[in-house]
Design a protein around this ligand. Structure first.
Ligand code: SF4
Length: 459
């Protein structure tokens, strides 16, 4: 009982977070940056931050994550990190020759107040940025927001590369939100099936789920190119998947480059995928292709075949707002009952959406989304009102073990299993995968717990 000290009685806490349901901003910025082709992320702060961010991403993706650091010591902490960053930009372009360096700040450089645009401008004027190479940036102070905020900020930094020539390129920008590389591949596949020419950014497919080829490539194939990012300013429109991760960049392109945007949910589950496919269909001016309809039918078939096992199963969820909103809608649509939800990413709109999606359930859902929302509170809720299933990242395994509840690993980070890099959970195919995982967890538990007289061979 590793969590044996978690009490049932819930006391209001303001100054203490225990097992937070989030991680720090630069991790999100680093993940987004890796979705640019030939990009070396750079952490403007001390070495420890960078090591932590890299190791978290490495543990989740099981891939080496390269990133530079400004290596702050006492001097930079007192006098500012400009000299370190100028030196770093020069070193990185000289030694590693990336197409783009993506700089994000840390708590320390933000507290000092380092002015990234000014320093990057100075680097350009001093000839430290070779012709045709780019430095993008994001401010990622980790004492506000979460890894989701950092992701969104870096995606907005990427949107700043967009240029408007006055000639439309006939493409649609899709900002996929914080999803797995396999999900990004799936979004591209669906858009291709519907016949929409897209610019997807960021795009970590091929970078964080690449093959073992026997040859080390510092910059693997894959990722959105700088030319594509420039061209994003000439696109017909932008589909932003997820309010928290993608909307800021899409609205920036709308305001700055007059590229109209629409914000949708991440296409997780039947309804959200329907809305995504419908948006693509309208853009392409076509009917939904038979192949996509076929995949949808398979998902509906699995739901109807196995509905009795999903029916009124209570679920506790921890994760990020964009993902939890789409997942909650999916679970409710198959008659499961989301019961407790926590997200460490602040946002009142999240709670409002969850309340709307769960309005027809026969009880009021426990939901909390702010800096102090933590797994400790989730555990307390579960002690007071037990659930049949947990869905969330690896950190839920402690609650799963102590309360003997099956856990479906989904979200970020997953550091003790594989598969999330390779098998999508977006789109209809992804919905099948997600249902299969949920169903396996529920049925494995049923097989374990059923008395002999009701132990079934066929389910
Ligand atoms: S929370 Fe701040 S100090 Fe800690 S690792 Fe993240 S950026 Fe560094």
């Amino acid at each position: 009982m590793l969590l044996r000290h978690t009490p049932e009685k819930i006391n209001e806490r303001h100054a203490l977070t225990i097992n937070p349901a989030k991680t720090c901003q630069p991790i999100g910025a680093m993940y987004a940056a890796l979705g640019m082709h030939g990009c070396l992320p750079h952490s403007h702060g001390s070495q420890g931050c960078c090591a932590y961010h890299r190791s978290t991403l490495t543990r989740h993706y099981k891939e080496p994550i390269s990133a530079g650091t400004s290596s702050f010591t006492e001097g930079a902490s007192v006098f500012g990190g400009q000299a370190n960053l100028l030196q770093a930009i020069n070193n990185i372009f000289t030694v590693y020759e990336p197409q783009v360096v993506a700089v994000h700040t840390t708590c320390l450089s933000e507290t000092i107040g380092d002015d990234l645009p000014q320093i990057i401008d100075k680097a350009g004027k001093e000839g430290k940025i070779p012709k045709g190479r780019y430095v993008v940036y994001a401010n990622t102070p980790s004492y506000v927001g979460s890894h989701v905020t950092g992701f969104s900020n870096m995606v907005k930094g990427m949107a700043r590369v967009a240029e408007s020539t006055g000639h439309k390129n006939g493409k649609v920008n899709i900002i996929p939100g914080w999803v797995e590389p396999a999900d990004m591949e799936e979004i591209k596949r669906l858009a291709g099936l519907v016949g929409v020419d897209i610019i997807l950014f960021p795009d970590t497919s091929g970078i964080l789920n690449g093959p073992m080829s026997g040859e080390y490539k510092m910059f693997p194939e894959g990722g959105v190119t700088i030319d594509q990012l420039k061209s994003a300013g000439d696109s017909l429109g932008t589909l932003a998947l997820g309010e928290w991760c993608s909307a800021d960049a899409a609205r920036f392109l709308d305001t700055n480059n007059k590229v109209p945007c629409r914000v949708l949910d991440i296409p997780i589950g039947l309804k959200a995928t329907d809305r995504f496919v419908d948006a693509l269909r309208i853009i392409a001016g076509v009917s939904v292709p038979e192949e996509v309809t076929h995949e949808r039918g398979q998902l509906v078939d699995m739901v109807s075949d196995m509905h009795q096992y999903f029916f009124h199963k209570k679920v506790a969820l921890a994760g990020d707002p964009d993902q939890l909103i789409a997942l909650t809608e999916f679970l409710v649509s198959i008659d499961m009952w989301p019961t407790h939800l926590v997200s460490g990413t602040p946002g009142r709109a999240f709670e409002k959406r969850i309340r709307e999606l769960t309005a027809d359930l026969p009880y009021k859902v426990n939901v909390k989304a702010d800096q102090n929302a933590d797994m400790f509170l989730l555990h307390q809720w579960i002690k007071n009102d037990p659930v049949d299933l947990l869905i969330g990242n690896t950190y839920l395994k402690y609650i799963a073990r102590d309360e003997d509840i099956p856990l479906v690993r989904w979200g970020f980070p997953i550091v003790d299993r594989v598969g999330h890099q390779y098998f999508p959970t977006v789109g209809y195919k992804g919905g099948l995968r997600l249902l299969e995982k949920i169903l396996s967890a529920i049925l494995d538990r049923k097989d374990r717990d059923d008395p002999e007289q009701s132990f079934e061979l066929v389910m």
